[in-house]
Design a protein around this ligand. Structure first.
Ligand code: CO
Length: 221
C-alpha cells in the first residue's frame, strides 16, 4: 500500500482506540507541562473564532499549528454562515461579546463535497435544503461560473464565493455591527484551505467596519 492510500485507511480507528489515544494524549501533554490541564481548566480566552467545514480533513487547530484554548470553533457542512442559524448566531454572540475575540475567520476548502454536491442535481436527502444556500450563491455568480469549463475549477471558484458570502453575512449580523459600533477591535476574514498541499490562502477580503456595506444592511444603534 502506498503512503497516499494509507491516509484513507481508517480501519484501525475504533471506538476503543480513541480512548487509548486519549490516554496517550494526556501522557504526552503532561510530559511537556505537568500543570497543562489544570491551567487550561481555569478558563478560555481564545482570540479567534473559526467557522469551518465539518470535513474531517480540515481541523482548525492542526492546520494552524494551534493548541486547545487558542481557537473557538464552529463547523458545519460547507462552512456556511446563514443568518437565521441559531447555532451559528449563538456561537458568534458568545465569541464576540463574552470571549471578545479579535478575529472571525471563515475557512472553506477546495474540493468541498458540499459545494460540489450543490453544483449537481443529485438529491442527498435533508441536506439538499442546507446546500440550497450554495445554489443561491451560484445564482449570484452564474455568469462567471458558467464560463469556467473545468468542473473542478468551477467548484473551487464557488468555494471562494461561498467563503466571501460567509464573510459578508457575518458583517451583516447585528452582533458584528454592534461590536464595531462599540469600537471593538474585530476583523472578519475569508480563507480557503488547499487539501492537496496543506496551505491556506487568504482571500484578502478582510473587513474591519461596515463602511462598504449596502445601507439596507446597516443598523442604526
Ligand atoms: Co467541505
Amino acid at each position: 500500500m502506498s503512503s497516499t492510500e494509507s491516509i484513507h485507511d481508517t480501519s484501525h480507528i475504533t471506538y476503543q482506540s480513541l480512548l487509548e489515544g486519549n490516554k496517550t494524549f494526556v501522557a504526552n501533554t503532561l510530559k511537556e507541562d505537568e500543570q497543562y490541564f489544570e491551567k487550561l481548566a481555569n478558563g478560555q480566552k481564545p482570540p479567534i473564532l473559526w467557522i469551518g467545514c465539518a470535513d474531517s480533513r480540515v481541523p482548525a487547530n492542526q492546520i494552524t499549528n494551534t493548541r486547545p484554548g487558542e481557537i473557538f470553533v464552529h463547523r458545519n457542512i460547507a462552512n456556511m454562515v446563514i443568518h437565521t442559524d441559531m447555532n451559528m448566531l449563538s456561537v458568534l454572540d458568545y465569541a464576540v461579546n463574552v470571549l471578545e475575540v479579535k478575529h472571525v475567520i471563515v475557512c472553506g476548502h477546495y474540493g468541498c463535497g458540499g459545494v460540489i454536491a450543490a453544483l449537481t442535481s443529485k438529491t442527498y436527502g435533508i441536506i439538499d435544503n442546507w446546500l440550497r444556500h450554495i445554489k443561491d450563491i451560484y445564482r449570484l455568480h452564474a455568469f462567471e461560473l458558467d464560463l469556467i469549463s473545468d468542473e473542478k475549477d468551477r467548484a473551487n471558484r464557488l468555494v471562494e464565493y461561498n467563503v466571501m458570502e460567509g464573510v459578508n453575512n457575518l458583517c451583516k449580523t447585528s452582533i458584528i455591527q454592534n461590536a464595531w459600533e462599540n469600537n471593538k477591535t474585530l476583523s472578519v476574514h475569508g480563507w480557503v484551505y488547499e487539501l492537496s498541499t496543506g496551505f491556506i490562502t487568504d482571500l484578502k477580503v478582510s473587513t474591519t467596519s461596515s463602511n462598504n456595506m449596502n445601507d439596507v444592511f446597516k443598523f442604526d444603534f
